[in-house]
Design a protein around this ligand. Structure first.
Ligand code: ADP
Ligand code: TRP
Length: 319
C-alpha cells in the first residue's frame, strides 16, 4: 500500500505528538511504501517570518529522522523541493467547486482563531489534494480534523476522473486506532496552544522539572493513591506494557511512595524511551549535510513520480 503523511512543522514536538502521530507513523514504514514530507508550503499560511519557517522545517526533519524515519525505507522530503505540486494544485482548482471549500471546517476554525483569511488558507485543501493525488496515494493517515480534507480530495479526484478519464487514484483516510488523547501537565489535552506540553527533546534536569509540575492531588504519604485519575499514571502508562501497568498500580496502592517518586519514575521512562532518538538527534545536528542529502534524495524520488504523473495529467487536459 502506498501511504502518504504530511507533517506541518510548527515548533517543538511533545509527548502528545510522539504517541499520537510520530510513533504510529514510524510503525507503518515496516509494512508499507511510506512517503512523508514536511508541508512547508502549507506552513506558509501561518508563518510569521522566513527564519522561523526555515528553522522549523529543518528542526522537524531532524526530529522525525531521530525518532526513526528510515531513509532507506521511507521517501522523505520537503514539499517545496517538488514544486510540481503547485502546478497540479492550479489544475485541480478547476475541479474544486467553491461550495466544497466553503464547507471546510478547518478553514472556519482557523479564521475563528484569528488567522488572517487569505486565498492560501482558503485553498489549502486543494494543495493537500495535489500532495495526495500526485503520488497515487492509497492511504492517508490523519488526525480527525483532517478527515474532511481527504474526503475533499476524493471529491476533486472524482470530478477530474469523470471528465478526463481514470487518471487519479482515490485515497482513503485512516485514523489511528484508539490513540487516546494524551493529557498535558494540567490534565487537559496536551497541546502547544495550551502551554501544557512535555517536549520530546529536553535536557534531563529540565525534563524532571517539567514532570514535577504535573498537577496531581495531594494524598499524604502512607495512604494509597488513586491511580485511575492521576495524570502522572496516565502519562507513565504510555510507556508500559500490561505487566508494567499492573506493577505501577500496585505501587500506587501500597502507600509507600508519594507523587515525587512517581514523577521521578515518569522522567526516567521518558528519558529511556528517547535514549536512541537523542543519540541520533545529536548525530544529525552535527551532520546537517547528511540531513540535506537525505531530503534531496527523497525529493528526487518523489519528483520522478510527480513528473510522470504531470505528463499524464497535462496530456489528458490538453496543456
Ligand atoms: P498541537 O496541539 O500541540 O498544536 P498538532 O496539532 O501539531 O499539536 O499535532 C500534530 C499531531 O500530533 C496531531 O495530528 C495528533 O495526531 C497528534 N497529537 C497532538 N497532541 C496530541 C495529544 N494530546 N494526544 C494525542 N495525539 C496528539
Ligand atoms: N494538513 C495536514 C495537517 O495539518 C498536513 C498535510 C499537508 C498533509 N498535505 C498533506 C497530510 C497530505 C496528509 C497528506 O496535519
Amino acid at each position: 500500500m502506498r501511504v502518504l503523511t504530511g507533517i506541518q512543522a510548527s515548533g517543538k514536538l511533545h509527548i502528545g505528538n510522539y504517541f499520537g502521530a510520530m510513533k504510529p507513523m514510524i510503525a507503518r514504514q515496516e509494512e508499507n511504501e511510506l512517503f512523508t514530507f514536511i508541508a512547508n508550503y502549507h506552513s506558509l499560511t501561518t508563518s510569521k517570518d522566513a527564519d522561523t519557517l526555515k528553522q522549523y522545517t529543518l528542526d522537524a526533519a531532524i526530529d522525525y529522522l531521530s525518532i526513526g524515519i528510515d531513509p532507506e525505507k521511507t521517501t522523505f522530503w520537503i514539499q517545496s523541493d517538488v514544486p510540481e505540486v503547485l502546478e497540479l494544485y492550479w489544475i485541480l482548482s478547476k475541479f474544486t467547486p467553491m461550495g466544497l471549500l466553503e464547507r471546510a471546517h478547518s478553514y472556519k476554525d482557523k479564521v475563528a482563531k484569528g488567522i488572517s483569511a487569505n486565498h492560501a488558507l482558503f485553498s489549502y485543501p486543494v494543495l493537500m489534494a495535489a500532495d495526495i493525488l500526485m503520488l497515487d496515494t492509497e492511504i492517508v493517515p490523519v488526525g480527525k480534523d483532517q478527515i474532511q480534507h481527504v474526503e475533499m480530495t476524493r471529491d476533486i479526484a472524482t470530478k477530474f476522473n469523470n471528465e478526463y478519464g481514470e487518471i487519479f487514484t482515490l485515497p482513503e483516510h485512516s485514523v489511528e486506532a484508539e490513540v487516546a488523547t494524551i493529557p498535558g501537565i494540567d490534565g487537559q489535552k496536551m497541546s502547544k496552544s495550551y502551554g501544557n506540553t512535555i517536549d520530546l527533546f529536553m535536557e534531563e534536569k529540565a525534563l524532571q522539572k517539567r514532570c514535577n509540575k504535573i498537577i496531581s492531588s495531594s494524598t499524604p504519604l502512607g495512604e494509597a493513591i488513586e491511580w485511575e485519575e492521576d495524570n502522572v499514571f496516565a502519562l507513565a502508562s504510555l510507556f508500559l506494557d500490561k505487566r508494567g501497568k499492573l506493577e505501577l498500580q500496585a505501587r500506587y496502592m501500597s502507600g509507600k511512595e508519594g507523587y515525587g517518586h512517581f514523577k521521578k519514575y515518569l522522567k526516567e521512562l521518558i528519558w529511556e524511551e528517547l535514549a536512541e532518538a537523542r543519540e541520533k538527534r545529536e548525530y544529525y545536528l552535527s551532520h546537517q549535510d547528511e540531513v540535506h542529502d537525505i531530503l534531496a534524495m527523497g525529493a528526487k524520488k518523489a519528483q520522478t513520480i510527480a513528473q510522470k504523473k504531470m505528463t499524464k495529467v497535462k496530456e489528458a487536459i490538453g496543456l
